[in-house]
Design a protein around this ligand. Structure first.
Ligand SMILES: [Fe+2]
Ligand SMILES: [Fe+2]
Length: 270
């Protein structure tokens, strides 16, 4: 698949924001405020995201139940109104996101001390995480306002170019670090990385064939950037604010080295 100038422009416009999200994790890994407790805290937030936070669908259902209900609605229409591969795709999404929950819940449990509670979805349901709810609400409004283009934007920004997982995987260089927690995190992140890269690709594949107008592309660029800014706030919150407000303002102003988008991995000929 070749990449159009329009798509390339959107990717380049977002590359600094992806780098900003990566900076949250890189800063956190060696941050003085990092403890076993803060590690368990961000992992609990991540577990919440995998089961309850939504990229599409009704926020009230959460990801797991929302997808189950969607599959239930689809079932009688398979190969009539809905292509079977579309259904398989939704089922794969549920499988993958639940696998991510398992990976992070396992990491959470592995860092627990005897007598400390183990992870379960109910435990994190009432997380009441404002920064993540704001991202969810923004995505929801984009889908409502802009339909298919909004939906695509949500897919495009899903996982934030996988920077949590790619930065987390780098901790494998010293698995014994932070009393072995670096190795535990690296292992969980490695399990998730490929899936999430694939989920982002779903926002990209076919985008060039949709005959988007100049205005559509401009809109797509604007709303993906809005979502990615919101993602940085969500991530910084998740990790206990390793980045200062000032640093975030600088990132939003573009004062950050952009991520080098891997066109080969995305199967986009450069
Ligand atoms: Fe996930
Ligand atoms: Fe995903």
């Amino acid at each position: 698949m070749t990449v159009s100038d329009d798509l390339r422009r959107v990717i380049e416009a977002n590359a600094r924001l992806w780098a900003g999200e990566a900076e949250v994790f890189r800063t956190y890994w060696t941050w003085s405020g990092r403890t076993r407790e803060t590690d368990r805290q961000w992992l609990a937030y991540q577990c919440y995201k995998e089961v309850w936070s939504v990229v599409s669908g009704d926020p009230a259902d959460g990801l797991f139940m929302g997808t189950l209900r969607q599959l239930e609605r689809m079932f009688p229409k398979i190969d009539a109104d809905i292509d079977r591969h579309e259904v398989l795709d939704v089922a794969e999404g549920l499988w993958a996101e639940f696998a991510h929950y398992c990976a992070f819940a396992d990491a959470y449990d592995a860092m627990g001390r005897p007598g400390e509670p183990k992870m379960n979805p109910r435990m994190v349901k009432g997380t009441g995480w404002k920064a993540d709810e704001e991202l969810g609400a923004l995505r929801h409004s984009h889908r409502k306002q802009y339909g298919a283009l909004g939906e695509r934007a949500c897919k495009f920004t899903e996982g934030g170019y996988c920077t949590l997982f790619s930065e987390g995987m780098k901790l494998a260089a010293n698995p014994a670090g932070h009393d072995g927690r670096d190795g535990i995190i690296a292992e969980a992140c490695a399990k998730v990385y490929d899936d999430e890269f694939g989920h982002m690709l779903k926002g990209i594949v076919g985008l060039d064939r949709e005959g988007l107008t100049r205005e559509d592309w401009a809109l797509f660029e604007r709303i993906t950037q809005e979502q990615l800014r919101s993602r940085i706030l969500m991530r910084n919150d998740q990790f206990g604010k390793p980045l200062s407000e000032r640093r975030i303002r600088e990132i939003f102003a573009g004062e950050v080295t952009p991520i080098a988008f891997d066109y080969a991995q995305a199967r986009l000929a450069a």
